[in-house]
Design a protein around this ligand. Structure first.
Ligand code: ATP
Ligand code: MG
Length: 422
């Protein structure tokens, strides 16, 4: 993965400079794949890839050993490090990928021509080359027509292409959703037929695709397409709908996820898991090897939804503050408020409760989470030994403070001494 450039302008200039240098050495060189697609769509590419006739060794010597990384050199990929802010450019020698034996990675590559290199790419819209010096597009796969018509179409025979790399099925859904493109009929039929094979893709790659799908516009459609093609069962089996009620719940989840202001994988999984439950959510977080942080956030949100999400407005507001406060004192409080508001747009939970919680969350930090009246040391000094009893006392004291039953340190110590016997 190339470093994300901090300046799109610098990244573009650097990508142009890389092509210019390769050309000056007598080689063919083009911008290739996603960056060409994005530019033609009028979007700012996340990063630039260059495809060239130059072999990796030549690329290294042209750009210098200290400015190149060769982790992917066996596949013809040399990463060229740009000046500050410009990110990196991946320079890949034109190649043909030999069939992968397990549907995951090419087992061997053969260096070849631009025309062949276009054929190894996944979708026609991702198979374009652009000459940034002449300003010409080189299209060996009819990608421009599909880009104009808004179609995701596998290059070549879809079942063969998905058989080589099962991840491509998830990529098809991601691109269709994020560009709001249709999936070509034969391509979609192949996905439906081969969807179960996605289960053999590495969990990290599946998670990366899902993460990208659900954190962008088009995420509702991504969830719909996952469900419709059977990819939901293959990639998110623990949460996938099992019957028509499950399908309806999945669609409602899509509406909710679409309305999130802070969309991410944790929130999406917590919302999708409302039917299946927290245990299934934990299983999927583990299976997809989510980061600890993502897994914890998803689990915490699921717990919060159960705890606060069903309440009618008045109910939540009349609850003891000490029961609501811990959710708002958490670093994920803003995300929780977003999730509860979004759920209400999908008809789950109360919009009033969500709005009330959001108002509470907007209060100053020291009002939401005031310093405790007493700590363990204060109780020790008052003659209460450390241990379970003290722990329980501190929890009770905190609740009484939050519920405005106790307002000074002295009151708290006196209460502890009076209630020290369990
Ligand atoms: P984005 O970076 O916006 O997610 P992208 O199309 O640039 O989309 P990358 O993973 O950066 O995706 O890959 C760059 C290019 O490499 C693609 O446009 C495509 O031509 C090719 N490519 C990437 N992954 C695959 C794959 N699994 N199978 C075939 N070609 C691929
Ligand atoms: Mg890319």
């Amino acid at each position: 993965m190339p470093a994300i450039p901090s300046s799109p302008t610098l990244a573009r200039q650097f990508a142009l400079a890389v092509v210019t240098r390769l050309r000056a050495a007598g080689q063919e060189a083009f911008w290739a794949g996603g960056c060409v697609r994005d530019e033609l769509l009028g979007r700012v590419p996340a990063d630039f890839d260059v495809a060239t006739s130059a072999l990796p060794e030549l690329v290294r010597s042209l750009f210098g050993r200290h400015r190149t990384l060769t982790i992917g050199a066996a596949f013809g990929v040399v990463t060229v490090i740009g000046p500050p802010g410009a990110g990196h450019v991946e320079v890949t020698t034109f190649r043909t990928d030999a069939d992968s034996s397990d549907g995951r990675r090419p087992t061997a590559v053969t260096f070849s021509t631009a025309r062949d290199d276009a054929q190894r790419r996944d979708f026609t819209i991702n198979g374009l080359f652009f000459d940034p010096i002449a300003g010409d597009v080189h299209d060996y796969v009819d990608g421009r027509a599909d880009l104009a018509a808004g179609i995701i179409r596998a290059i070549g025979v879809p079942t063969l292409r998905f058989g080589e790399d099962h991840l491509r099925m998830l990529r098809a859904v991601r691109f269709a959703a994020s560009f709001d493109f249709a999936i070509d009929t034969a391509t979609e039929a192949a996905i439906v037929q081969m969807a179960p094979l996605v289960a053999s893709v590495s969990p990290e790659r599946i998670a990366a695709e899902l993460r990208a799908m659900v954190s962008r516009p088009g995420r509702q459609r991504a969830l719909e397409l996952l469900e419709k093609t059977g990819l939901a069962t293959a990639a998110l089996g623990e949460l996938a709908p099992l019957d028509s009620a499950g399908t309806a719940a999945w669609r409602t989840a899509g509406i909710i996820v679409a309305s999130l202001e802070q969309p991410n994988l944790s929130a999406t999984l917590a919302i999708l898991a409302e039917n299946a439950g927290r245990e299934k959510l934990r299983q999927i977080a583990k299976r997809l090897r989510l980061s600890n942080r993502e897994a914890r956030t998803a689990d915490w949100l699921a717990a919060a939804i159960t705890e606060l999400g069903g309440m009618a407005g008045e109910h939540l507001q009349s609850r003891q503050w000490s029961q609501v406060q811990p959710w708002l004192a958490d670093g994920n409080a803003a995300l929780l408020c977003d999730v509860l508001r979004a759920r209400a747009t999908g008809g789950r939970g109360s919009a009033e409760a969500a709005a009330w919680l959001r108002t509470q969350a907007a209060r100053p930090r020291d009002e939401i989470d005031p310093a405790p009246l007493v700590a363990g040391n204060d109780l020790l000094a008052a003659g209460i030994p450390a241990g379970k009893v003290m722990g329980a006392l501190l929890v009770r004291l905190r609740a009484l403070q939050l519920d405005a039953q106790l307002s000074t340190r002295e009151q708290a110590i006196a209460w502890a001494q009076a209630n020290r016997l369990p």
